[in-house]
Design a binder for this molecule. Sequence first.
Ligand code: HAM
Length: 409
Amino acid sequence: MAIIKVQKGTKDILPSEMPVWHFMEEKANQVFSSYGAKEIRTPIFEATELFARGVGDTTDIVNKEMYTFEKSERSLTLRPENTAGVVRSFIENGMHRLSAPVKLWYKGPMFRYERPQAGRQRQFHQVGVEVFGIKQATADAEVILMAVNYLKALGLNDLSVELNSLGCPECRETFKTKLKAVIKPYLNELCPDCQARYEKNPLRLLDCKVEECKAIYAKPEIQAVIQSDFICEDCANHFNELKEYLDALGIKYEINKLLVRGLDYYNRTVFEIKSNNLGSQNAVCGGGRYDSLVRNLGGEDTPAIGFAMGMERLASLIGSKTEEKTKAFVVSGNMIEAVKLAEELRSKGISCEFDLTNKKFVKQLEKASKVAKYALILGEDELSTNQVTVKNLETSEQKTVKRENIELI
Ligand code: HAM
């Protein structure tokens, strides 16, 4: 019979890869908790409208990449990202009443119907942080610091932080008008996506990966608009404060005026962190400020900023970690005594296995050497004297001790 294969763009995370995933998850808990962030888990599917209104209906994510289905005449979508879901939960659970800042972190699977390639999957995992209630640039600096310190805790140091300010809706409007005016003469030469973006979301033009479009946007008159300081005084002050904090904290960054991000909810600060080991288009982290999203999704006016990182991309940078061996393996001809001893150890929090098929002693010892650090030998002699022979399988040292005195270091 034909075997059923894993779906394109999805992957099994196999037991041999789990040590890296546990490492990323434990470090996330440690690092984000050290900033006072609390973990939140929201559902994997939400009302489609949440993403249409939250992420934005001019984005590729909403237009092309959502896994949407109907159940009981409701349109539901597998979450393509988690900021919208966390904001929904923030509003629904009245978290604006908590004293600001409310700092939340999450991890879990996300779904985007993208063309699979290196570092891009259809089901992937993100770990992320969202901080609510602070409009000052201190929150922007803290969020970037959390991202950088998490990456450092994973041992990833060869990183570059790119930063930009998209301004507020008012100053951005002026910029969009200027940008559209300077690009208009080339409109017919742009790719179909850019032609659509030109009307709907001109900022996203800057993000196009098509060479012909990039060449047009590199023209001096267009660059002059892109590189101009279009943001208003308030937005410029906010951005300058952020840069001062980052300088004081010793966090290196580069300003990238082409950084516009692929989601509609951002204003002011946007940032991405790239690893110098991944392909150029593969950011490990993306984030930014989204001061209007809580209100746009029906909540109280609440400024917010956050980021998310792709865990598969992190895992590929971290490389492999060796699987932890089971601590002990009981070797015995007496299955009942073997299971009893194994249970005794497990109840003390020590991982322990034994041979479920009652093979010959030598075979059991062979299996023990493969999977465990210690063999606990329960032969006739040991059983009659209530003792156990503890054999260190790495050094072959062994000694016989009272059953209650087993010490495994
Ligand atoms: P994003 O840039 O769409 O932002 O995704 C964040 C990160 O998720 C990316 O930098 C990348 O590492 C990873 N990622 C995205 N798509 C894929 C994919 N198809 N396969 C593998 N990894 C992927 C967001 O999702 C925002 N919610 C971030 C945010 C949080 N902004 C504010 N708060």
